[in-house]
Design a protein around this ligand. Structure first.
Ligand code: PLP
Length: 279
């Protein structure tokens, strides 16, 4: 399989990452995951904008010829005949003697990317657990440091669930790999954009669709108790898009089935996907 390595399309086997790559040793880097529908990237501009912002927030210089990124990823999509799947790319601060402070002079950043076919059948609903949000206070940066997210997801899996919803000081922030929405009396609730959540691209699309459908949306944090009392709960991310949460900590949400507002957003999202790259 071919991958992207510093602006070159090369075979995966030919790439080696240095043991002192800062991404490898410190998690000093950032990444993005972008959906592919109809052989085209979905919401590319929004993902690129977030990637550039993440780089800026950690003072990571973009590599030379960064503007070739989309072209190169499109080449991977075409070469691998991907109709539906995802593209992953990441940037690390490069290789330098193992010292915590940023290398001076700067190291060459390392950019890698790959594309994958959609594999598993789409997930139609999930069960979730709640767990303390033990992450750092800059999760708005899409950094490679995902250990607390992995630990939370593992806890969910061990409890027979598929997602872990983070609670910080009694309030729902987001989930281990998704944003969280609740619906109560026809009104949508989700955590506001700040340093405590990742500004999900899917979240942004859903807010747009909710506006088109004339739903009232309140971007305010809600508590775990309020979460458990919602009529509907759903999560959003690249891959799942809009996915109902039917049970949390062993308790049914609403009737324990996908609710009507979640369902209408799923349909609207589905239409958007079908049109991807065709307009
Ligand atoms: N929040 C976290 C912690 C995530 O890891 C993700 C995606 O992986 C999201 C939210 C959703 O982001 P997006 O919709 O851009 O995929």
């Amino acid at each position: 399989m071919d991958i992207l390595f510093n602006n070159q399309i090369v075979s995966r086997d030919s790439v080696s990452i240095d043991i002192e790559d800062r991404g490898y040793q410190f998690g000093d880097g950032i990444y993005e995951v972008v959906s592919i529908y109809n052989g085209e990237l979905f919401e590319w501009e929004a993902h690129l904008e977030r990637f550039v912002r993440s780089a800026k927030e950690i003072a990571l210089t973009l590599p030379e010829q960064f503007d070739l990124l989309k072209e190169n990823i499109m080449r991977l999509i075409e070469d691998n005949h991907i109709e539906e799947g995802y593209a992953y790319f990441q940037l690390t601060r490069g290789t330098a003697l193992r010292m915590h402070a940023f290398p001076e002079p700067q190291a060459e950043p390392v950019l890698t990317g790959m594309v994958k076919n959609a594999t598993s059948p789409p997930i139609t609903a999930v069960k979730a657990i709640t767990t303390e949000d033990i992450r750092w206070l800059r999760v708005d940066i899409k950094s490679l440091n995902l250990l607390p997210n992995c630990m939370a997801k593992q806890k969910a899996v061990e409890a027979g669930a598929q997602e872990a919803i983070f609670i910080r000081d009694h309030y729902v922030t987001e989930a281990s790999s998704s944003n969280v929405f609740g619906v109560k009396n026809g009104v949508l609730y989700t955590h506001p954009i700040n340093n405590l959540i990742l500004n999900g691209i899917t979240r942004q699309v859903v807010l747009r669709l909710a506006g088109n459908l004339h739903y009232k949306v309140v971007e305010e944090a809600f508590t775990r108790d309020e979460l458990m009392d919602m009529d509907e709960v759903f999560i959003t991310n690249t891959g799942l898009n809009v996915c109902p949460v039917i049970e949390i900590d062993g308790m049914l949400i609403g009737e324990g089935v996908c609710g009507p507002i979640t369902s209408s957003l799923m349909s609207a999202f589905g239409e958007l996907i079908q049109r991807n790259g065709k307009e």
